[in-house]
Design a protein around this ligand. Structure first.
Ligand code: NAD
Length: 370
């Protein structure tokens, strides 16, 4: 039987409540579908700090490195606001991204029909929306050097960040976008600011060359990132896959997120390079939301973002496309049935807590898989 090794890092706040609902699905898939998942669990964020004085221990980092995929909940909370900067909860997340070399961040923006009235845009603009933003995650202006504030000595200071991209970084993220487009509607829109930035000129050239060389079967468009932001809120359904750099991707993926309603609905995946031996990419799957300290421990968090992150894991780490489709359909059906957590509550719907939402999705998943 295939063995699929998952490392679970529930983290802090609602992270563990949401992860518990994914565990139920894993257990079901092992028992009834011979999925062969093995799981191990570690600590990250504030909970790791409390236990080890670090945001993630070396032992847990090793397990993350060895796993086929990492499922991550959320980190942070007021309890750890005053801990030293190097061991703050987010440091655990950043170390995972860095050490696993997760250079491609995938953020789908899917608008479930049942929630199309929760969007800030008109229903007809977002109903049926299904776009994927592929953001470069380990380069660009967040990491380039020099990165400093210097004292100019005349009462003025200068803040410097450096936007820098090398050819290989653009080639590999473009490759991920084109490959994913082939599994969807076969269209990629690349966004940069080639009109004012040299890194944008290079980005445009490399994406164009990569396309010509290896992916000419995929339709490619280019858009300036500011125009892209405008188009995302004007007519989002025109896009299939958007590929962009770290900074623009950070902003554009948050804009796209809001097209779909609540933070509690949004999954993400971060992928690294394929292993030369197995072909499998290092990968981490996590909801976009944080640890939501305001509702933690109350049993009311929406587990859908976490469950949908697991669906992405099935799709991208294990090529279990049918199971991923079924799990996503189960989520859509439960929403169609009018079952809602508080954050997505609508008139006439039935409000449930975290566990009940997880149970409803599992029941639907079972029914659809039968
Ligand atoms: P947040 O995402 O935790 O919460 C923002 C708001 O959305 C809150 O009102 C919260 O109750 C609500 N919300 C979020 N997820 C929800 C869910 N699944 N169901 C229902 N409601 C949900 O962001 P924040 O309040 O800015 O940050 C709280 C903590 O989380 C901070 O310590 C922050 O640093 C951390 N954080 C962590 C991550 C991460 O782990 N990836 C991401 C963002 C923020």
């Amino acid at each position: 039987m295939t063995s699929r090794n998952l490392f679970l890092l529930p983290g802090d706040g609602i992270g563990s409540e949401a992860m518990a609902e994914v565990r139920k699905i894993i257990d079901y898939m092992n028992a009834e579908m011979a999925a062969g998942f093995t799981t191990d669990e570690g600590l990250v964020g504030g909970s790791a700090y409390d236990a080890h004085g670090q945001a993630i221990s070396d032992a847990d980092m090793e397990k993350a490195m060895a796993a086929d995929a990492v499922l991550f909940g959320a980190v942070g909370g007021p309890k750890w606001d005053a801990v030293p900067y190097e061991v703050r909860p987010e440091a655990g997340l950043l170390r995972l991204r860095k050490d696993l070399e997760l250079f491609a961040n995938l953020r789908p923006a899917i608008c479930y029909p049942a929630l199309s009235d929760a969007s800030s845009l008109k229903r007809e603009l977002v109903e049926g929306l299904d776009i994927l933003i592929v953001r470069e995650l380990t380069g660009g202006v967040y990491f380039g050097s020099p990165k400093e504030i210097i004292d100019l000595g005349n009462g003025q200071k200068r803040g410097i960040d450096t936007q820098v991209y090398d050819t290989y970084e653009i080639e590999r993220i473009a490759g991920v976008a084109f490959e994913l487009a082939r599994t969807r509607n076969n269209r990629v829109c690349s966004m940069e600011k080639r009109n004012v930035m040299k890194s944008g000129v290079l980005w445009n050239q490399v994406v164009t060359a990569t396309h010509k060389e290896k992916y000419s079967d995929v339709a490619l468009d280019h858009m300036l990132a500011d125009a892209g932001g405008m188009q995302l809120v004007r007519a989002p359904k025109q896009f299939d896959v958007i590929v962009t750099d770290n900074l623009f991707g950070d902003m554009l993926s948050d804009v796209a997120a809001m097209l779909t309603g609540s933070l509690g609905m949004l999954p993400s995946a971060s992928l690294g390079a394929p292993d030369p031996k197995t072909g499998r990419r290092k990968a981490m799957y996590e909801p976009v939301h944080g640890s939501a300290p305001d509702i933690a421990g109350k049993g009311i968090a929406n587990p859908i973002a976490m469950i949908a992150s697991f669906a992405m894991c099935l799709r991208y780490s294990f090529n279990m496309v049918k199971e991923a489709d079924t799990l996503e359909k189960a989520i859509a059906n439960v929403l169609d049935q009018g079952i809602r957590t508080g954050d997505i509550m609508a008139e006439g719907a039935r409000q449930v807590g975290t566990v009940e939402m997880g149970d409803a999705i599992l029941a639907e998943f079972k029914a659809l898989s039968a």
